[in-house]
Design a protein around this ligand. Structure first.
Ligand SMILES: Cc1cc2nc3c(=O)[nH]c(=O)nc-3n(C[C@H](O)[C@H](O)[C@H](O)COP(=O)(O)OP(=O)(O)OC[C@H]3O[C@@H](n4cnc5c(N)ncnc54)[C@H](O)[C@@H]3O)c2cc1C
Length: 321
Protein backbone atom coordinates (compact mmCIF):
# COMPACT_ATOMS: atom_id res chain seq x y z
CA UNK A 1 0.00 0.00 0.00
CA UNK A 2 2.79 2.45 0.83
CA UNK A 3 4.05 2.16 -2.79
CA UNK A 4 0.79 3.64 -4.01
CA UNK A 5 0.08 7.13 -5.37
CA UNK A 6 -2.74 7.47 -2.83
CA UNK A 7 -5.40 8.57 -5.31
CA UNK A 8 -9.06 8.16 -4.39
CA UNK A 9 -10.37 8.78 -7.86
CA UNK A 10 -13.43 6.65 -8.64
CA UNK A 11 -14.55 8.85 -11.54
CA UNK A 12 -11.19 8.67 -13.32
CA UNK A 13 -10.97 4.92 -12.71
CA UNK A 14 -14.47 4.32 -14.13
CA UNK A 15 -13.85 6.51 -17.16
CA UNK A 16 -10.45 5.00 -17.97
CA UNK A 17 -11.82 1.46 -17.49
CA UNK A 18 -14.98 2.02 -19.54
CA UNK A 19 -13.76 -0.02 -22.53
CA UNK A 20 -13.13 -3.07 -20.31
CA UNK A 21 -16.80 -3.94 -20.07
CA UNK A 22 -17.23 -6.41 -17.23
CA UNK A 23 -20.41 -7.81 -15.66
CA UNK A 24 -19.30 -6.30 -12.34
CA UNK A 25 -18.48 -2.82 -13.69
CA UNK A 26 -21.72 -1.30 -12.33
CA UNK A 27 -21.24 -2.89 -8.91
CA UNK A 28 -17.61 -1.73 -8.91
CA UNK A 29 -18.75 1.87 -9.47
CA UNK A 30 -21.11 1.64 -6.50
CA UNK A 31 -18.38 0.14 -4.29
CA UNK A 32 -15.77 2.71 -5.36
CA UNK A 33 -18.03 5.72 -4.86
CA UNK A 34 -19.16 4.51 -1.44
CA UNK A 35 -15.58 3.92 -0.35
CA UNK A 36 -14.56 7.39 -1.55
CA UNK A 37 -17.39 8.87 0.54
CA UNK A 38 -16.02 7.12 3.66
CA UNK A 39 -12.51 8.57 3.28
CA UNK A 40 -13.01 12.00 4.95
CA UNK A 41 -14.32 10.29 8.11
CA UNK A 42 -11.47 7.75 8.01
CA UNK A 43 -8.89 10.51 7.72
CA UNK A 44 -10.41 12.38 10.69
CA UNK A 45 -10.64 9.22 12.80
CA UNK A 46 -7.07 8.16 12.03
CA UNK A 47 -5.82 11.61 13.03
CA UNK A 48 -7.86 11.56 16.26
CA UNK A 49 -6.59 8.10 17.19
CA UNK A 50 -2.96 8.41 16.13
CA UNK A 51 -2.13 12.10 15.66
CA UNK A 52 -1.04 11.30 12.09
CA UNK A 53 -2.42 13.58 9.38
CA UNK A 54 -2.61 11.34 6.30
CA UNK A 55 -2.94 14.36 4.00
CA UNK A 56 -6.48 13.69 2.76
CA UNK A 57 -7.13 16.38 0.15
CA UNK A 58 -10.21 16.71 -2.03
CA UNK A 59 -8.14 18.25 -4.80
CA UNK A 60 -10.30 17.16 -7.75
CA UNK A 61 -9.00 15.68 -11.00
CA UNK A 62 -8.62 16.82 -14.59
CA UNK A 63 -9.19 14.40 -17.45
CA UNK A 64 -8.75 15.18 -21.15
CA UNK A 65 -11.97 16.59 -22.58
CA UNK A 66 -13.89 14.09 -24.65
CA UNK A 67 -17.36 14.24 -26.25
CA UNK A 68 -19.99 13.00 -23.83
CA UNK A 69 -17.64 12.60 -20.85
CA UNK A 70 -19.68 14.74 -18.46
CA UNK A 71 -22.95 12.95 -19.24
CA UNK A 72 -21.23 9.55 -19.09
CA UNK A 73 -19.81 10.32 -15.66
CA UNK A 74 -23.13 11.74 -14.43
CA UNK A 75 -24.75 8.46 -15.49
CA UNK A 76 -22.25 6.71 -13.23
CA UNK A 77 -22.93 8.98 -10.26
CA UNK A 78 -19.82 11.15 -10.69
CA UNK A 79 -20.07 14.93 -10.85
CA UNK A 80 -17.93 16.65 -13.53
CA UNK A 81 -17.87 19.83 -15.58
CA UNK A 82 -16.20 20.72 -18.85
CA UNK A 83 -13.45 23.33 -18.91
CA UNK A 84 -12.06 25.10 -21.95
CA UNK A 85 -8.30 24.76 -22.44
CA UNK A 86 -7.56 28.14 -20.83
CA UNK A 87 -9.80 27.32 -17.84
CA UNK A 88 -8.00 24.01 -17.37
CA UNK A 89 -4.61 25.69 -17.43
CA UNK A 90 -5.76 27.97 -14.60
CA UNK A 91 -5.65 24.78 -12.48
CA UNK A 92 -2.29 23.57 -13.85
CA UNK A 93 -0.16 26.35 -15.38
CA UNK A 94 1.41 25.31 -18.67
CA UNK A 95 -1.07 22.47 -19.18
CA UNK A 96 -1.35 21.36 -22.81
CA UNK A 97 -4.89 20.10 -23.25
CA UNK A 98 -6.13 21.78 -26.44
CA UNK A 99 -9.39 19.86 -26.43
CA UNK A 100 -10.20 21.19 -22.93
CA UNK A 101 -10.69 19.06 -19.85
CA UNK A 102 -13.29 17.54 -17.59
CA UNK A 103 -12.91 18.62 -13.95
CA UNK A 104 -14.09 16.10 -11.35
CA UNK A 105 -14.28 18.05 -8.07
CA UNK A 106 -14.87 15.01 -5.83
CA UNK A 107 -11.63 13.14 -6.57
CA UNK A 108 -9.17 13.11 -3.68
CA UNK A 109 -5.83 11.81 -2.51
CA UNK A 110 -3.92 10.87 0.62
CA UNK A 111 -0.26 10.27 1.37
CA UNK A 112 0.13 6.50 1.06
CA UNK A 113 3.23 6.24 3.30
CA UNK A 114 1.54 8.32 6.03
CA UNK A 115 -1.61 6.22 5.66
CA UNK A 116 0.39 3.03 6.20
CA UNK A 117 2.03 4.53 9.32
CA UNK A 118 -1.32 5.74 10.68
CA UNK A 119 -2.99 2.37 10.15
CA UNK A 120 -0.16 0.55 11.94
CA UNK A 121 -0.37 3.04 14.83
CA UNK A 122 -4.17 2.70 15.05
CA UNK A 123 -4.06 -1.10 15.02
CA UNK A 124 -1.36 -1.13 17.68
CA UNK A 125 -3.22 1.40 19.84
CA UNK A 126 -6.32 -0.80 19.74
CA UNK A 127 -4.31 -3.74 21.06
CA UNK A 128 -3.43 -5.36 17.73
CA UNK A 129 0.00 -7.01 17.54
CA UNK A 130 2.03 -6.35 14.38
CA UNK A 131 4.47 -9.11 13.46
CA UNK A 132 6.43 -7.51 10.64
CA UNK A 133 8.83 -9.62 8.56
CA UNK A 134 6.89 -12.77 9.57
CA UNK A 135 6.12 -14.80 6.46
CA UNK A 136 3.07 -17.05 6.53
CA UNK A 137 3.86 -20.34 4.81
CA UNK A 138 0.57 -22.22 5.27
CA UNK A 139 -3.04 -21.88 6.43
CA UNK A 140 -4.82 -24.99 7.74
CA UNK A 141 -8.21 -25.48 9.28
CA UNK A 142 -8.28 -27.89 12.22
CA UNK A 143 -11.68 -28.42 13.78
CA UNK A 144 -13.16 -24.96 14.39
CA UNK A 145 -9.81 -23.17 14.40
CA UNK A 146 -7.36 -21.93 11.80
CA UNK A 147 -3.67 -22.62 12.14
CA UNK A 148 -1.43 -19.99 10.57
CA UNK A 149 2.07 -21.41 10.14
CA UNK A 150 4.95 -18.91 9.96
CA UNK A 151 8.32 -19.45 8.27
CA UNK A 152 9.88 -19.31 11.76
CA UNK A 153 7.94 -22.47 12.63
CA UNK A 154 5.55 -20.65 14.99
CA UNK A 155 1.87 -21.45 14.62
CA UNK A 156 -0.83 -18.89 15.44
CA UNK A 157 -4.27 -20.28 16.21
CA UNK A 158 -7.30 -18.16 15.35
CA UNK A 159 -11.08 -18.40 14.99
CA UNK A 160 -10.93 -16.03 12.02
CA UNK A 161 -8.19 -15.36 9.49
CA UNK A 162 -8.23 -12.48 7.00
CA UNK A 163 -6.14 -13.28 3.94
CA UNK A 164 -4.92 -10.02 2.33
CA UNK A 165 -1.43 -10.91 1.14
CA UNK A 166 -1.48 -9.07 -2.19
CA UNK A 167 -0.17 -10.86 -5.29
CA UNK A 168 1.66 -13.45 -3.13
CA UNK A 169 -1.61 -14.72 -1.60
CA UNK A 170 -1.82 -17.15 -4.50
CA UNK A 171 0.31 -19.72 -2.62
CA UNK A 172 -1.82 -19.59 0.50
CA UNK A 173 -5.36 -20.55 -0.52
CA UNK A 174 -7.26 -21.74 -3.63
CA UNK A 175 -9.49 -18.61 -3.44
CA UNK A 176 -6.33 -16.69 -4.40
CA UNK A 177 -5.04 -19.14 -7.02
CA UNK A 178 -5.73 -16.88 -10.03
CA UNK A 179 -4.07 -13.71 -8.70
CA UNK A 180 -1.21 -12.34 -10.77
CA UNK A 181 1.26 -9.48 -10.21
CA UNK A 182 1.20 -6.20 -12.13
CA UNK A 183 4.30 -4.20 -11.39
CA UNK A 184 4.11 -0.40 -11.33
CA UNK A 185 7.03 2.04 -11.36
CA UNK A 186 6.52 5.64 -10.28
CA UNK A 187 8.62 8.75 -9.71
CA UNK A 188 8.71 11.84 -7.57
CA UNK A 189 10.15 14.98 -9.16
CA UNK A 190 11.01 18.30 -7.56
CA UNK A 191 8.57 20.99 -8.72
CA UNK A 192 10.59 23.66 -6.89
CA UNK A 193 7.57 25.13 -5.07
CA UNK A 194 4.37 23.84 -3.45
CA UNK A 195 1.76 22.89 -6.04
CA UNK A 196 -1.96 23.28 -5.48
CA UNK A 197 -2.88 21.16 -8.50
CA UNK A 198 -5.71 18.75 -9.01
CA UNK A 199 -4.75 15.21 -9.97
CA UNK A 200 -4.12 15.02 -13.71
CA UNK A 201 -5.12 11.79 -15.41
CA UNK A 202 -3.68 11.62 -18.89
CA UNK A 203 -4.55 8.03 -19.83
CA UNK A 204 -1.07 6.50 -19.92
CA UNK A 205 0.26 8.73 -17.11
CA UNK A 206 -1.02 10.55 -14.05
CA UNK A 207 0.30 13.40 -11.90
CA UNK A 208 -0.45 13.86 -8.21
CA UNK A 209 0.95 16.93 -6.43
CA UNK A 210 2.29 16.06 -2.99
CA UNK A 211 3.24 18.40 -0.11
CA UNK A 212 6.62 20.12 -0.17
CA UNK A 213 6.68 20.87 -3.91
CA UNK A 214 6.93 17.22 -4.88
CA UNK A 215 5.12 15.88 -7.92
CA UNK A 216 4.34 12.18 -8.22
CA UNK A 217 4.33 10.78 -11.77
CA UNK A 218 2.86 7.32 -12.28
CA UNK A 219 2.85 4.64 -13.23
CA UNK A 220 3.96 1.81 -15.46
CA UNK A 221 1.65 -1.19 -15.89
CA UNK A 222 3.74 -4.36 -16.23
CA UNK A 223 1.61 -7.51 -15.96
CA UNK A 224 3.41 -10.67 -14.84
CA UNK A 225 6.25 -8.82 -13.09
CA UNK A 226 6.68 -8.95 -9.33
CA UNK A 227 10.26 -7.70 -8.93
CA UNK A 228 11.05 -4.45 -7.14
CA UNK A 229 13.64 -3.22 -9.66
CA UNK A 230 13.53 0.27 -11.14
CA UNK A 231 14.66 0.97 -14.69
CA UNK A 232 16.06 4.33 -15.88
CA UNK A 233 14.32 3.84 -19.26
CA UNK A 234 10.97 3.67 -17.50
CA UNK A 235 11.75 6.85 -15.54
CA UNK A 236 12.54 8.63 -18.82
CA UNK A 237 9.37 7.26 -20.40
CA UNK A 238 7.16 8.45 -17.51
CA UNK A 239 8.73 11.92 -17.61
CA UNK A 240 8.21 12.09 -21.39
CA UNK A 241 4.55 11.09 -21.04
CA UNK A 242 4.03 13.66 -18.27
CA UNK A 243 5.80 16.40 -20.24
CA UNK A 244 3.41 15.91 -23.15
CA UNK A 245 0.73 17.35 -20.84
CA UNK A 246 2.89 19.74 -18.77
CA UNK A 247 6.11 20.53 -20.69
CA UNK A 248 7.96 22.11 -17.73
CA UNK A 249 8.08 18.68 -16.07
CA UNK A 250 10.91 17.75 -18.46
CA UNK A 251 13.21 20.07 -16.52
CA UNK A 252 12.17 18.99 -12.99
CA UNK A 253 14.82 17.03 -11.11
CA UNK A 254 13.90 13.45 -10.17
CA UNK A 255 13.92 12.87 -6.38
CA UNK A 256 12.97 9.21 -6.19
CA UNK A 257 11.93 6.26 -8.34
CA UNK A 258 10.32 3.11 -6.94
CA UNK A 259 8.29 0.08 -7.90
CA UNK A 260 5.33 -1.67 -6.28
CA UNK A 261 3.28 -4.68 -7.28
CA UNK A 262 -0.49 -4.58 -7.73
CA UNK A 263 -2.46 -7.77 -7.05
CA UNK A 264 -4.72 -8.44 -10.05
CA UNK A 265 -7.46 -10.96 -10.79
CA UNK A 266 -8.86 -11.83 -14.22
CA UNK A 267 -11.29 -9.03 -15.17
CA UNK A 268 -9.42 -6.66 -12.81
CA UNK A 269 -12.19 -6.82 -10.23
CA UNK A 270 -11.55 -7.35 -6.50
CA UNK A 271 -12.61 -10.46 -4.58
CA UNK A 272 -13.74 -10.05 -0.97
CA UNK A 273 -15.80 -12.06 1.49
CA UNK A 274 -15.89 -15.47 3.08
CA UNK A 275 -13.84 -18.17 1.31
CA UNK A 276 -14.36 -20.89 3.96
CA UNK A 277 -15.76 -20.89 7.48
CA UNK A 278 -13.53 -18.55 9.46
CA UNK A 279 -11.52 -17.42 6.43
CA UNK A 280 -12.17 -13.95 5.03
CA UNK A 281 -10.31 -12.78 1.92
CA UNK A 282 -9.54 -9.35 0.50
CA UNK A 283 -7.84 -9.98 -2.82
CA UNK A 284 -7.10 -8.48 -6.21
CA UNK A 285 -7.56 -4.80 -5.37
CA UNK A 286 -5.31 -4.10 -8.43
CA UNK A 287 -4.86 -0.31 -8.71
CA UNK A 288 -7.66 0.44 -6.26
CA UNK A 289 -6.46 -0.82 -2.88
CA UNK A 290 -6.25 2.60 -1.24
CA UNK A 291 -9.50 3.83 -2.76
CA UNK A 292 -11.37 0.69 -1.66
CA UNK A 293 -9.74 0.32 1.79
CA UNK A 294 -12.56 1.84 3.92
CA UNK A 295 -15.46 0.00 2.33
CA UNK A 296 -13.65 -3.35 2.27
CA UNK A 297 -12.23 -3.00 5.78
CA UNK A 298 -15.56 -1.97 7.31
CA UNK A 299 -17.50 -4.56 5.30
CA UNK A 300 -15.18 -7.43 6.17
CA UNK A 301 -14.98 -6.41 9.84
CA UNK A 302 -18.80 -6.46 9.97
CA UNK A 303 -18.79 -9.88 8.31
CA UNK A 304 -16.45 -11.24 10.98
CA UNK A 305 -18.40 -9.60 13.80
CA UNK A 306 -21.93 -10.16 12.55
CA UNK A 307 -21.80 -12.92 9.95
CA UNK A 308 -23.40 -10.87 7.18
CA UNK A 309 -21.66 -9.49 4.09
CA UNK A 310 -22.33 -5.87 3.09
CA UNK A 311 -24.71 -5.76 0.09
CA UNK A 312 -22.22 -3.67 -1.92
CA UNK A 313 -19.51 -6.33 -1.46
CA UNK A 314 -21.74 -9.35 -2.18
CA UNK A 315 -21.12 -9.21 -5.98
CA UNK A 316 -17.38 -9.60 -5.29
CA UNK A 317 -17.63 -12.52 -2.87
CA UNK A 318 -15.59 -15.65 -3.70
CA UNK A 319 -17.35 -18.83 -4.82
CA UNK A 320 -17.92 -20.71 -1.62
CA UNK A 321 -19.76 -23.86 -0.69
C1 LIG B 1 2.86 2.51 -8.45
C2 LIG B 1 1.52 2.20 -7.83
C3 LIG B 1 0.60 3.21 -7.65
C4 LIG B 1 -0.63 2.92 -7.07
N1 LIG B 1 -1.51 3.95 -6.89
C5 LIG B 1 -2.71 3.70 -6.32
C6 LIG B 1 -3.64 4.76 -6.08
O1 LIG B 1 -3.33 5.91 -6.38
N2 LIG B 1 -4.83 4.47 -5.50
C7 LIG B 1 -5.17 3.19 -5.13
O2 LIG B 1 -6.28 2.99 -4.63
N3 LIG B 1 -4.31 2.17 -5.33
C8 LIG B 1 -3.10 2.39 -5.92
N4 LIG B 1 -2.22 1.36 -6.14
C9 LIG B 1 -2.64 0.01 -5.83
C10 LIG B 1 -2.53 -0.34 -4.37
O3 LIG B 1 -1.22 -0.09 -3.91
C11 LIG B 1 -2.90 -1.82 -4.21
O4 LIG B 1 -4.21 -2.04 -4.70
C12 LIG B 1 -2.85 -2.23 -2.74
O5 LIG B 1 -1.54 -2.08 -2.24
C13 LIG B 1 -3.31 -3.66 -2.59
O6 LIG B 1 -3.37 -3.89 -1.21
P1 LIG B 1 -3.27 -5.35 -0.62
O7 LIG B 1 -3.24 -5.17 0.85
O8 LIG B 1 -4.29 -6.22 -1.24
O9 LIG B 1 -1.86 -5.91 -1.12
P2 LIG B 1 -0.41 -5.37 -0.79
O10 LIG B 1 -0.39 -3.89 -0.65
O11 LIG B 1 0.47 -6.02 -1.81
O12 LIG B 1 -0.10 -5.95 0.65
C14 LIG B 1 0.07 -7.33 0.86
C15 LIG B 1 0.96 -7.52 2.08
O13 LIG B 1 0.99 -8.89 2.40
C16 LIG B 1 2.34 -9.25 2.66
N5 LIG B 1 2.50 -10.67 2.36
C17 LIG B 1 2.51 -11.28 1.15
N6 LIG B 1 2.70 -12.61 1.29
C18 LIG B 1 2.82 -12.83 2.62
C19 LIG B 1 3.04 -14.00 3.39
N7 LIG B 1 3.15 -15.21 2.84
N8 LIG B 1 3.14 -13.87 4.73
C20 LIG B 1 3.01 -12.65 5.35
N9 LIG B 1 2.79 -11.50 4.66
C21 LIG B 1 2.70 -11.60 3.30
C22 LIG B 1 3.17 -8.37 1.74
O14 LIG B 1 4.48 -8.26 2.22
C23 LIG B 1 2.40 -7.06 1.83
O15 LIG B 1 2.82 -6.32 2.95
C24 LIG B 1 -0.96 1.60 -6.69
C25 LIG B 1 -0.02 0.59 -6.86
C26 LIG B 1 1.21 0.88 -7.42
C27 LIG B 1 2.20 -0.23 -7.59
Amino acid sequence: MSASAGMIAPGAELWEGRQRAHPLSGAFGVLARRSASLWPGWARQLQAETGVDIGYRRCGALLPGSPGIVDWLAGHGVQARLLRAEQASAHIPGLVMPQGAAFLPGEAQVSAPLLASALIAAITARGGIMREQSRVVALHRQGDAWHVRLASGDVIEADFVALAAGWAATELHPAAADIYPVKGQALIVDAGAPLDWPILRGGDVYLAAKPGGRLLIGASVEPGRSDAGTEPDMARELIARAARHVPQIASMAPLSHWAGVRPALPGLMPRAGLAEPGLVVSLGAYRHGVMLAPVLAEGLAALIAGGRLDDDIVPFAPDYG
